[in-house]
Design a protein around this ligand. Structure first.
Ligand code: FAD
Length: 501
């Protein structure tokens, strides 16, 4: 390794992952760190990935991005949750909305009162007690307490991932990151210990470095092809292996939420942006041909398609080691889970922040890389389980794909979660899992996984008190939502540049 105060960091790949890493390193690496990013326009980027979760505020906030400018630059919109259409049965829908469900009364989470009320036949669907879902379904949006008065409405964004990468590129280059256009032809390693020493580029060029970030997408040029980190294939749990993406002209509702519609052998996404709608199909090639997938996608757009559907092949799973030696894999190079809960960009950001929390200044200690990889394993497997729950609990009987996923063997960790929910309405979350109790609750309820029990403390209320709790909550939320502006109006007002002078 070179001088500890003058490290050379090299980022291979300039998709969303590469430029997120470049921006964060430009902002947080110690003075004197040289940061170089190599990318190839000829290879290009995967070019999809438009929906996020609220944790994105942490990343953008840490960089100090101006929110209105960010939304202007990325043609973004607000996102209050994800609608799952037809996932339980055709014609039924539910939402995983961000934010709380109901108001807590004493020690217990609200959902135990809701479960008791269901047994009494006086509970309404969960939506009636979710501010975010009520706002989303009525196309309303408000920034809430974060930026002003009014109730807190947790939100994320939809944005054009290509424009986000370009925006972060400008941020990073303005802070000294050097971009090299070129094709990486080979990865150079130290013969003794395999440490990566440089990247050989076309035109006999070479980029040397001390630490490398593999952001080369599915190919994992450094982490897999050079270092052989290994791959855990999760196709047995998440059998979809293809996507078909096509943007279309704006049309239909400007929804402040992502829509995921179950189809014959997979699902279709709809993501409204300022300048277009992002659409795509995720499907299992064992159950659906590419032609059928394209046909279904094109038959279900809100506006004229902008080009032909673009096919993408993938294998669900993750690298066994995300950090190996002097190389950290980020983004698609680290692994891939379908965008059902919009987690990929989040996984990039959380890996970057975990890396920054140790920021090795010499040869990374194996204790640190082991810690990093254990954390990644935990984070990825729990997200995987959450995705699997959406599939396994479907009632789309008689459709071969859906019958298969309903009957597949489940990961032990998910089996335990389903069991505790069914037995006692208990959401068995481990400490640092990404998805909250409320997220699991909505998917359990939405997918028709019934809880037999609830916490008996919910019986401390009389029936009348219980009814008053539910009705009072619903009434208060409805009033709060009525006072919110429409999503489109709010967005247009929010991104309007401040008058000069
Ligand atoms: P890429 O975009 O593939 O970038 C790879 C980079 O490496 C490119 O710059 C390329 O030029 C460079 N490169 C590769 N090989 C070489 C070489 N030999 N020499 C030089 N350069 C090279 N995420 C979300 O959070 N939300 C979503 O809604 C979402 N939807 C998705 C839908 C689909 C179908 C897919 C496939 C992904 C989705 N994602 C989503 C994931 C998201 O798109 C990616 O996580 C994100 O874009 C990061 O991609 P990347 O930068 O790792 O890879």
């Amino acid at each position: 390794m070179s001088d500890k105060t003058n490290r050379r960091l090299v980022i291979a790949g300039g998709g969303t992952a590469g430029w997120m890493a470049a921006a964060a390193l430009a902002r947080f690496a110690p003075p004197g760190t040289a940061i170089t990013l190599v990318e190839s326009e000829a290879i290009g980027t995967v070019g999809v990935g438009e929906a996020t979760i609220p944790q994105i505020h942490l990343f953008n906030g840490a960089l100090g991005l101006d929110e209105a400018e960010f939304l202007r630059e990325t043609k973004g919109s607000f996102k209050l949750g994800i609608e799952f259409d037809g996932w339980l049965r055709e014609g039924e829908s539910y939402m995983h909305a961000f934010g709380a469900i109901g108001r807590s009364a004493g020690l217990l989470p609200f959902h135990h009162y809701w479960l008791r009320a269901r047994k009494l036949g006086i509970a309404k669907p969960l939506i009636r007690y979710s501010l975010n879902e009520l706002a989303a379904r009525t196309m309303r949006m408000q920034r809430g307490r974060r930026g002003g008065t009014g109730p807190e409405v947790p939100y994320a964004y939809h944005f054009d991932a290509g424009l986000y990468a370009a925006y972060l590129r400008r941020f990073a280059e303005a802070r000294g990151v050097t971009r090299v256009e070129g094709l990486i032809e080979s990865v150079e390693q130290d013969g003794e210990n395999g440490t990566i020493t440089g990247l050989a580029l076309d035109g006999d060029r070479r980029v040397e470095g001390d630490f490398f970030f593999d952001c080369t997408g599915f190919r994992g040029l450094l982490i897999e092809q050079a270092l052989g980190a290994g791959f855990d294939d999760w196709t047995n749990y998440l059998p979809c292996d293809r996507a078909m993406a096509v943007p279309c002209e704006g049309g239909g509702d400007f929804t402040p939420y992502t829509r995921s519609t179950a189809r014959k052998a997979g699902w279709q996404w709809r993501i409204p942006l300022q300048h277009r709608i992002g659409n795509g199909m995720v499907y299992s090639s064992a159950h659906l041909s590419d032609d059928e997938a394209a046909e279904t996608l094109l038959a279900n757009l809100d506006g004229a398609p902008q080009g032909d559907p673009r096919p993408i092949r993938f294998t669900t799973g993750k690298r066994r080691q995300h950090w190996k030696g002097n190389c950290l894999a980020l983004g698609l190079a680290a692994g891939f889970m379908e965008p059902l809960e919009s987690t990929s960009i989040h996984l990039v950001q959380s890996a970057i922040s975990r890396f920054l929390s140790v920021l090795p200044q010499g040869d990374p200690d194996p204790a640190i890389t082991d810690w990093f990889n254990d954390q990644a394993e935990f984070e990825w497997t729990r997200i995987r389980d959450f995705l699997v729950l959406h599939y396994t609990a479907n009632r789309r009987d008689g459709q071969p794909f859906w019958d298969d996923v309903r009957n597949m063997a489940l990961p032990e960790t998910l089996v335990a979660k389903i069991a505790s929910w069914k037995a006692a309405g208990l959401i068995h979350r481990e400490h640092e899992e990404l998805f909250t109790d409320v997220g699991w609750l909505q998917v359990f309820a939405g997918q028709g996984v019934e809880a037999e029990g609830y916490n008996p403390m919910a019986d401390a209320l009389t029936d009348d008190e219980l009814r008053a709790l539910l009705d009072g909550t619903e009434h208060a939320l409805v009033e709060e939502v009525k006072a919110m502006p429409r999503h489109l109006d709010f967005l247009q007002q929010f991104i309007r540049p401040a008058p000069q002078g």
